[in-house]
Ligand binder design. Structure first.
Ligand SMILES: *Cc1c(COP(=O)(O)O)cnc(C)c1O
Length: 368
């Protein structure tokens, strides 16, 4: 589809570079940096972000699913890529694309082992995730014996790393819980060193882990949201630069008398005479209905214009009564001047969901 002028997600790779350098500056120089680029780099642009991180000197990338990794390889990305959540049905696509699976269960471990043997692979790099409290995917500490028995020295698989994931590293009220996860990972890491063949690096921290628990950085960290400019806390948001800006333009203005309705199901009734602007984007672009009824605001001429009524599929109406604006003027839903985090909070969600939800219908414009 050709790029449209009306609604665009601008991706500022300069801001990405700033965030990368800032996060790195908080780490020991020898700590490896994995950039998390799952879900099209949190809705930004998977290839543009991955290529930039490679140019910046990142050590590793991670995606959630195999096909996301294949897409990066097809785009020429050469960095090692960890696939966090591979499925048995797509394991055969890993080796031809040099994608490194997280083997998080016995079922996946066995399936990939057999496939690797049958394909004549040797010492193929794999990663092992352990649960320390999140209880999502991963082995338990008690599975180490089984893993050790099934990892034959000189066999098809070589454990590249052992890792876990924190559940609440952003939550200052959950420090005890996070510390218990860190302690559990310390035990697993030590046990892995004695029970598993070879050497393997260890990693635990996501963005908020890096910011709040830097002592647990081990050999590598895995940052997603921080790279995109959000730090899950105001003191970190101040240091980071939002990479994405969602901008659109006013399609039409209406002057309405008191009592007039706006939008589907008469979602808004003008309390007085008002001016309403119609914008050419809606829930099909990733601005969900939870942003309706004043929960979300656009910035027009630097001033807030609240959404009125219900978000439609392709349109959103905002109240611009107090603003001096014209048809064609720019409206910004989030960006450096209008935090996606605050916007998301107002609608009861988090920046991650807002950013990853911007649909492919919105053109991406990459700024160098
Ligand atoms: C998504 C993800 C991350 C990145 O988390 P951020 O909070 O965005 O930094 C790290 N590790 C794993 C296992 C993940 O799934």
């Amino acid at each position: 589809m050709p790029e449209t002028r009306d609604t665009v997600l601008e991706i500022d790779l300069g801001a990405l570079a700033h965030n990368y350098q800032w996060l790195r500056s908080r780490l020991k120089p020898q700590t490896r940096f994995l950039g998390v680029v799952k879900a099209a780099a949190y809705g930004h642009d998977g290839l543009a972000v991955a290529r930039k991180l490679q140019a910046l000197g990142a050590d590793y990338l991670a995606v959630a699913f195999t096909r996301e990794g294949v897409h990066l390889r097809e785009g020429g990305v050469a960095l090692p890529i960890l696939v966090l959540h591979p499925q048995p049905s797509d394991l055969q696509a890993l080796a031809p694309n040099r994608l490194e699976p997280n083997l998080y269960s016995r079922r996946l471990f066995e399936t990939f082992s057999h496939l690797a043997s049958a394909s004549g692979l040797s010492a193929y790099p794999v990663h092992l995730e352990f649960n320390t409290g999140l209880n999502r995917v991963g082995f338990g500490e008690a599975d180490l014996d089984w893993i050790a028995q099934n990892l034959k020295a000189g066999g098809p698989l070589e454990v590249q790393s052992v890792f876990s994931h924190l559940a609440a590293s952003d939550d200052p009220d959950a420090q005890d819980f996070t510390q218990s996860q860190i302690n559990a990972f310390d035990r697993i890491a030590a046990a892995a060193d004695t029970q598993l063949p070879g050497t393997h690096f260890k990693h635990l921290l996501n963005t908020s882990g890096v910011l709040n628990y830097p002592a647990a950085q081990w050999d590598m960290v895995r940052c997603g949201i921080g790279l995109y400019g959000y730090g899950n806390a105001p003191q970190y948001d101040r240091e980071l630069r939002p990479v994405a800006r969602l901008r659109t333009h006013i399609s039409q203005l209406h002057h309405l008398e008191a009592g007039a309705y706006v939008g589907y199901n008469m979602g808004y009734r003008a309390p007085a005479s008002v001016t309403i602007a119609t914008l050419p984007l809606g829930h099909a672009d990733g601005i969900g209905r939870q942003y309706g009824q004043g929960k979300g605001t656009f910035l027009i001429g630097g001033r807030p214009a609240p959404i009125v009524g219900n978000v439609c599929m392709d349109m959103i109406m905002v109240d611009v009564s107090d603003l001096n604006c014209r048809e064609g003027d720019e409206a910004i839903f989030f960006g450096p001047e209008h935090s996606a985090e605050r916007q998301a909070q107002g609608a009861g969600t988090i920046s991650y969901e807002l950013l990853t939800g911007i649909s492919p219908r919105v053109s991406r414009r990459i700024l160098p």
